[in-house]
Structure formats: C-alpha cells, structure tokens
Write a protein that binds this ligand. Structure first.
Ligand code: NAD
Length: 543
C-alpha cells in the first residue's frame, strides 16, 4: 500500500472513531468558552495522528488578557469569601465529572496531542487525584495557625494564608490537561482566580477542563482561558497577574523570570530535564527477561519511561546507566521490548506508543538521532521516523556509544530516544548521573530497596523513583519539581498549594506594650528583657 493511501486510511479511521463518539459539536462548544473578544483570527489545531485539521479556537490578543485578568480580579473578590469547604466541594464535583466523562477528555487529549490512550489516561488520573487531595487538605493547610508570640502571655500571634489574587498559568502541549488544570486546582481552592494560557497546539483540553469546572459549580469569571501565542500573550499576563505558574522549556522559563523580576511578582516553574535511570546488577528483570508475569519488571518500567507520551514527558528517561553484571542480559531485552511495543494512531486502548506532536518535534528528534548515528552511535532499537503510521511518528529508540560530541548527550531530546551506558562502580554512575545542568527526575532499579534509597539520597533530582519511572513520585502527595535548571518551586503536596498564598502574620499586643515596659527607662528595659530572654531559653515548650 502506498504511504499516501495508508495515511488516508488512518485519517479516515481516526475521523470515524471521533465522529461516532463525540463529534465536532463539542469542539465548537469548547471554543466558545475562550475568554476572547470578537471577531478574532482562528487558531487552527491539528490532529498529530494524521496532520489534518481538528478545529479552531479564537486567537487571543494582549487586550483579551487584560480584560480576562480584570474580570478574574473582580470575580476573585467574591470567590475568596466562599468558605474553603465549599470551594473544596466544587473540587470533588470536578473530580467526579472528570472520571464520569473521561472518555470525552481522553478523545480530546489524544486528538490534539497525538499520544496513546494509555498515556492520555495518566492526565485524567492526575487531575482527579490532585482535585481529591486538595479538596481534603486545603481547609487544614489554609486554617489560621496560632504561632509562638514575641513574649508569652503579652502577645498572641497568628499566621494567615491570603490568596495571591489572580494567578496566571502558562502551560505546555505535552500533557495539556494535567499541566494546566492541576496547578489551577490548587490556586483556585486557595481562593485565587486563575487565567490560563494554554499552548497553541492544545487549547481544547484546557477549555474542556474549564467547562467541567463550570458544571461543577465554579462561579463565572474565576477561571478563564485565553488561547494564543506565548510570546504575544506572555508579557500581558506577567504585567497584570499577581503570580505566575509556568510549565515549559528552561529557555522560556528564564525569559519569563526576567520579565517577572520587573514587577517583583513571584512564580514557580517546572522546566526541562535529561532524566537518568540507574539499573543495578540485582535489578528485578521481570517477565520479559525472566519469563514470569508477576512483580516489578525493570525492562517494562524503563521501556515505559522512554516511550510514555512518545518521550515528550518532562520526566521521561533519556539516559540509562546499566551495571556491567546485568548489561548483556538487560539491554537486549530492553531493545526487544522497545521494538515490539504497539505503536500507531488509535483512539483505542490497543496501542502503547503514540505520535510526536508536530513537525518541529519530529525534526528535533530526528536531528538528534541522525547526529548521534553520524558520529558513531550504534542503534540497538528503532532510530527512524514512521511516516507509514502518520506524519510525526518516530520509533522507540535505544542508542549505545553516545559521546560528548553528540547533541543528544546532554541536551533534552523530548522524544522516545534513550542513550544507554555501561558502568562498573556505583560511585562512578552517580557522578555521571549528576553531571548535568538538569535535575528533574531519576530512577534507581534494584531488589535491595535500602541500597537504592542510599543512592537516591546522592542524586541531584527533585524526584527519584525506586523501581518506578515516575508515576509513584508524580502521583503522590509529596512535592514535585526540579533541582538546578529544571525548575523553581514545587507543585503537589502542601508547597503546591501554599505557593499560591501570601503568609500574613497578625499579632495582638495585650496588657502592656512590649517595646517599652511601663515605669522602666531604656537601660532598665534592656536589663529586664535580657533576663526574660535568658529565662525563656530554659522554659520547656518555648522555642
Ligand atoms: P515552551 O517553553 O516553548 O512553551 C511552553 C508554554 O510557554 C506554551 O504555552 C508557550 O506558548 C509559552 N511561551 C512560549 N514562549 C513564551 C514567552 N516568551 N512568554 C510567555 N510564554 C511563552 O515549551 P514547550 O516546547 O511547549 O514544552 C516542552 C518543554 O517543557 C520541555 O523542555 C519540557 O521538559 C518542559 N516541560 C516541563 C514539565 C515539568 O513539569 N517540569 C512538564 C512538561 C514540559
């Protein structure tokens, strides 16, 4: 079959599945939810599976951002007065609606992002888990806390958590649903209004989230979506919002940080990575290499971490360090696993690996692999685009013999491509793992969990999975973010909520002023206070 005929067949199949399930009417309804004026140019969204047009949303302008932030600011005044428990109840309704309508958002995520349904489902899980978690812990995290006063009995002091006001969220295309609404959930429950600028390739997933939040009872104006170019809308957001949450590349993060410095607004950023995995001699090989179907499989786990989201995940594994004793068994098994993973365009559950998202991604991934091969790297699996499957498909790829002069040695590829290195000594492996400007995610694979934990303590990365690529760390209630050039601040857990608040301390002076006790001149005051401070040092319970 000729490639063009094959492409047509694939396009037809995807289109038939899509129309039968939801239909283009959903897209039109979602597009109407964008917070932009009229008329506006259309922002055309593509189906990466086929290269064809999915639909369009109105392209926002800087003026739209100014209006959206103004509306959000007005709505926030009422929203902050809503008791936290009521805000949390909206989160739980959002949770239920996302699970109940998962089929719809899975289709939207896949059609505008090109990933497999299995990987799209990660986004559904993350949004639901995040909503449930913050629904349950926000009241306690945001409750005023009694703090130790300056002098016992004479003062009472409380710490309050006030919302920042309007939080701007700038999100990427790779996990467009969870990397936008996940942060918005925490900001909203903390009493903020939120304006999201989704990536131009993937506005529909975010618009779907806003529609579901409206159904869940979120008041109008509190959450707004302005689709459009980052370079055009970014400055308007930074000039008007009170806090910025950015997920994207380190290069853009740096630019945004410089602009935010002009207004001294605070931000958190989740940026790029070049994530390593260490496979020790005693790693559990699992079913593919050892013929069993139970237990942890390092082969399957690493294959997943290379190919999830077609490698376009900030926490994907791109560097693999395998100890000599297991190398000759493990690496061929991994190469075989990568070669046999189901890959292709499908809205069903039958496929593990989807498409890259765009021409730019295909060109970058191909350039990295071609450069490495031209300079002597050996291809153990994959290595080529797959135009027979769709315009941007690229095979899961494992390379050996990668050296410093190759572009993919240190730079983030953001595709299903991993370089494998042999090591003997664990200290040497840890040094190589840490020899990177990035520090986002890492994993260690060993049957000896205690030893793996000791290694984790020496790895410079914000999350380290033991016998897990990234799901156990990511989906936990513990903070997630990057060391070094991989980010600033943390999402998830308590810090993921508290970053969207200002701490405000309110202290009440009682009985006498502590700055000048009555009937004491300055010298006597200093003597009395010195005695008091000395005594407090020994009173149990005083910190
Ligand atoms: P990108 O930085 O090009 O774009 C991300 C977002 O920023 C988009 O919405 C884009 O429109 C916007 N943007 C672009 N230029 C801007 C500007 N000048 N001002 C304001 N906004 C601007 O990144 P990308 O290529 O879309 O995403 C891939 C990168 O994101 C990778 O490096 C990846 O590692 C990183 N990422 C990190 C995480 C994480 O949690 N650490 C998650 C996903 C992606």
């Amino acid at each position: 079959m000729s490639p063009s005929k094959k492409k047509k067949t694939v396009a037809d199949a995807v289109d038939r599945q899509w129309t039968a399930r939801v239909g283009p009417a959903l897209l039109e309804r979602l597009a109407e939810g964008a917070a932009v004026g009229s008329p506006r140019e259309p922002l055309v969204v593509e189906v990466p599976f086929t290269g064809e047009t999915l639909g369009s949303v109105p392209l926002g302008t800087p003026d739209d951002v100014v209006v959206a932030v103004g509306v959000a600011r007005a709505a926030q005044k009422d929203w902050v007065a809503v008791p936290v428990n009521e805000r949390a109840a909206i989160l739980l309704r959002f949770h239920d609606l996302v699970i109940a309508n998962a089929h719809e958002i899975l289709d939207v995520i896949q059609l505008e992002g090109g990933k497999s349904r299995r990987n799209a489902f990660e986004e559904v899980l993350d949004a639901a888990i995040t909503a449930r978690y913050y629904a349950h812990v926000s009241a306690s995290l945001l409750r005023p806390k009694l703090r130790q006063g300056a002098l016992p009995l004479l003062t009472t002091t409380r710490e309050y958590r006030r919302p920042k006001g309007v939080v701007a969220v700038i999100s990427p295309w790779n996990y467009p649903f969870m990397l936008s609404i996940g942060d918005a959930i925490a900001a909203l429950v903390a009493g903020n209004a939120v304006v999201i600028k989704p990536d131009s390739q993937t506005p529909f997933s975010v618009l779907w989230a806003a529609q579901v939040f409206a159904e869940a009872g979120l008041p109008k104006g509190v959450l707004q979506i302005v689709p459009g170019s980052g370079a055009v809308l970014g400055p308007a957001l930074i000039d008007n919002a009170d806090y910025l949450m950015f997920t994207g590349s380190t290069a853009t993060g740096r630019l945004i940080a410089q602009q935010a410095a002009g207004r001294l607004i605070d931000y958190s950023m989740e940026l790029g990575g070049k994530n390593p995995a260490i496979v020790l001699d005693d790693a559990p090989l699992g079913r593919r290499a050892a013929g069993t179907t139970l237990g942890i499989s390092t082969v399957d786990g690493i294959a997943f971490s290379i190919t999830s989201g077609s490698g376009q995940v900030c926490v994907s594994c791109e560097r693999l360090y395998v100890q000599s004793g297991i190398y000759d068994t493990f690496v061929p098994a991994l190469a075989e696993a990568l070669k046999t993973l189901p890959i292709g365009p499908s809205l069903g559950w039958d496929v593990d690996v989807g498409s890259l998202s765009s021409t730019a991604q295909l060109e970058k991934v191909s350039a990295h692999v071609n450069d490495a091969v031209a300079k002597g790297a050996k291809v153990l699996a994959g290595g080529k685009p797959r135009p027979d499957l769709g315009p941007y498909f690229f095979e899961p790829t494992l390379l050996e013999g990668v050296t410093e002069e190759m572009d993919l040695c240190r730079a983030e590829t953001f595709g299903p491509v991993c370089a494998v290195y042999r090591f003997d000594d664990v200290d040497e492996a840890i040094a190589r793992v840490n020899d990177s400007e990035y520090g986002l995610n890492a994993s260690v694979w060993s049957k000896d969990v205690g030893r793996a934990k000791q290694i984790a303590a020496r790895i410079e990365a914000g999350t380290v999975g033991i016998n897990d690529a990234y799901q156990a760390t990511w989906a936990s209630a513990s903070p997630m973010g990057g060391f070094k050039q991989s980010g600033v601040g943390r999402r998830h857990g308590a810090p993921g909520l508290l970053r969207f608040t200002e701490a405000q301390t309110v202290a009440v002076e009682r009985v006498v002023p502590i700055s000048r006790l009555p009937f004491l001149d300055n010298e006597r005051y200093a003597q009395v206070m010195s005695l008091a401070i000395k005594a407090l040092r020994y009173i149990p319970g005083i910190k």
